[in-house]
Design a protein around this ligand. Sequence first.
Ligand code: COA
Ligand code: ADP
Length: 719
Amino acid sequence: MAQCTRVSGSVGLITLQNPPVNALSAAVRQGIVDTVKRALSDPKVKSVVICGQDGIFCGGADIKEFGTKMSGPPLVPMIHAIEAASKPVVAAIEGGALGGGLELALGCHYRIAHSKARLGLPEVSLGLLPAAGGTQRLPRLIGVPAALDLITTGRHITAAEALQLGVVDQVTEHRTVDAAVKFALSVAGKPLDGRRISTYPCPRPSDLDALFEAAMQKVRQNARGAIAPVACVQAVRAAATLPYIQGMEREKELMATLFTSGQARALQYCFFAQRAVSKWSMPSGARWDTSKPRPVHKAAVIGLGTMGRGITVALAQAGLSVVAVETQEKQLMEAKQAVSAMLERGAKRRGVAPGPDKVSYSHNIQAVADVDLVIEAVFEDMDLKKKVFQQMSVICKPGTFLCTNTSALDVDHLASQTRNPELVVGMHFFAPAHVMKLLEVVHGSQSSPQTVATAMQLGKKMGKVSVAVGNCRGFVGNRMLKPYVEQAFFLLEEGATPELVDRALEEFGFPMGVFRMSDLSGLDVGWRVRRGDGLVEPGAASGQPARSRGGRRYSPLGDLLCEQGRFGQKTGRGWYQYDKPGSRIARSDPWLHSFLEEYRARHGLVARRIDHQEVLERCLYALINEGFRILEDGIATGPEDIDIIYVFGYGWPRHRGGPMFYAGMVGLAKVLERLEHYHQAHPDVPYLQPCSLLRRLVAGGSPPVHRWREVIKKFHSQL
Ligand code: COA
Ligand code: ADP
């Protein structure tokens, strides 16, 4: 709701009240309409200030209302009424004015912001556009190029940038409401004709067509199939080319096409899923979120390869003191330089002065003795990691949390090397660790709730999206990747090319297809793991390596490439060719195409035409099927956890909501039917066999994704 009080004798102070972010729910809109009306008709009120309670102006439209039948007064006429008021209305922006919140402020005659406030029109990230006049008023106020930037990216800007762009009239360091009331008193009775943004002419750049063409090209390139950014450009174009009233109509039409789109639903699901994963509990009933994390002031990182360096940077940027340990003298020297350079670049990018050096270096593991938490990032080798955990257990002060950055090894096995297995947890970062947002927090069977809570809290402090997952080979993300990559290999055997598979996946919205990704991360990584698992036949290239292992279909293609030293970008050759080792531009390689032809001929395989649909169905449904198995096994608590892992760590297009949400959009019955079809065609591929939970969900009428947890709970209780 909204409350109106009279302050300083003649200022009507309207306070939005809807914790936690004063979202513009039906009740709040009704409150604003009523209180504004009352203030304007009260002869004692000479000017009005609108503010929000609890340190935030307004977080925008109430996203929970989307998809329900809208009631209460609509935003557009409400904002028009404010703009048309005969008394000055001032927005006092503290905390944030986002989406509808900023649109409300743009309807006011003046805007005063606190220096720490953030402003923005983030609707595009929810699959929408600012449809309460935002696309029409902002370009009129700050010009087309700046408005295009803010509306198509949805980025939040600081108060200082808002002042520079002309979004706000004044920035204050003091109590915003006091500054706004003072300001309101000073403008009472002054004419408002020049303060109604909708009446401004939109500045028309001379090269209008070229400007919009370039903007459209840029968003199409970055959008990876998302439709909202394109609609945002079209709406701003309407502001620049049409009178205000017609521009508003265009804004409304464009919004109508977005509002009911699957993309908007997917993006809004992601918004809530991202918040839901931080309130985690396990199927066993144990709840970590009720456990109090212990503060971590000083941390250590052991092993300064690519991952260790990135983790060190991320910890230091979060304000922690870090002890960085590396045994190889040369590596240590290189790491020191690399970490300092990364910290410096980071400070520059964030526009802050590089802080005092919070990182100390040592080649001696004894240096970790007094830290609160250690993250081990040595080679991915169980024996070495076991040794490091034994050492840490002896050296560290009592109570130190011991974390491993392994991407697949058994956390329980490492915990068993220590005196206090309850203090051991996995912290699986993604490369580069100071950039990638995802963190899988892997709880072992003995990890205490406080240990998990502390790792989750630390992840949050480091700016990560942390997801708690159970302990199994590959955890959630990498475990699901296996059937996906396997299908891609099989498709090559059956007649596809890396180019075809990658194009299908990139058109779907992945930034990189499976083969370009494999070239980037290095084919040798998987090869080493497969060798460790005894799957690779030595000397395969000279003979005819078998295409099955223990009755399961197996593709030795990756092994054969590795035997030829084709490790991907690092060697200049992989599934593609590169101008030189390390180059990032993948070019089609005729050698690979003849190699595939020879391979097929040797194995009596007849290439057939494979279309994009088959690529998507086989790769994605195999991955989704494994996602259902992960839910069955209790490795992830709910579909949201899996989806957030894929969106933040694996490039799954956000506007498709994550693999499990996508399965729901496609229709679980269809996913099941296609998996059955492909499993029948490939009975020796267990990953294609539909799992029980998927069958159960389909038998139960394919409930929407937010109801899967109930089914999963029942499923577990019946096991
Ligand atoms: N509508 C409904 N609920 C909202 C909301 C909105 N516009 N904005 C935030 N919330 C809810 C969150 O879901 C969360 O609920 P929970 O505690 O039940 O999980 C709670 O408010 C706090 O949000 P959170 O994001 O955890 O807090 P924060 O302080 O980190 O960030 C904001 C605050 C406003 C910056 C952030 O919530 C945000 O970006 N909101 C969306 C803004 C937006 O896109 N508005 C345009 C809508 S079209
Ligand atoms: P990444 O996958 O992060 O690139 P690497 O596996 O290449 O990591 O690097 C691991 C690092 O750990 C190497 O620099 C190696 O020298 C270092 N290392 C190995 N054993 C220890 C140890 N016992 N103590 C500290 N550092 C170690």
